[in-house]
Structure formats: structure tokens, C-alpha cells
Design a binder for this molecule. Sequence first.
Ligand SMILES: [Zn+2]
Ligand SMILES: [Zn+2]
Length: 54
Amino acid sequence: MTTVTTMKCACEPCLCVVSIGDAIQKDGKYYCSQACANGHSEEKGCGHEGCNCG
Ligand SMILES: [Zn+2]
Ligand SMILES: [Zn+2]
């Protein structure tokens, strides 16, 4: 049995879906990128096409 677990990035405006294994974990949440995990304090966006979060 294969468990594929994906979640939406915890960054609110971010539309990306990340798999738990690949996600950046912070405070028990899963983010698609380091910029999102940092709350976009430094970087805007997450580098994923079509995503304008941050
Ligand atoms: Zn994103
Ligand atoms: Zn984001």
C-alpha cells in the first residue's frame, strides 16, 4: 500500500500543493518553498509557475 500524502502549502495565498515528503516543514506546517516558510519576509513568491503568493 502506498500512501501519497499531499497538502496545500500552508502559505495562505499560495495555491501550490506539496507532498509531505518534499515539503518544507515549519511549526508543524508544510510549505512549498523556503520563502513561504519564512512568511515571505525576504522573498516574494515561491518560484512556482502561476503562483503569486507572498
Ligand atoms: Zn506557491
Ligand atoms: Zn507563499
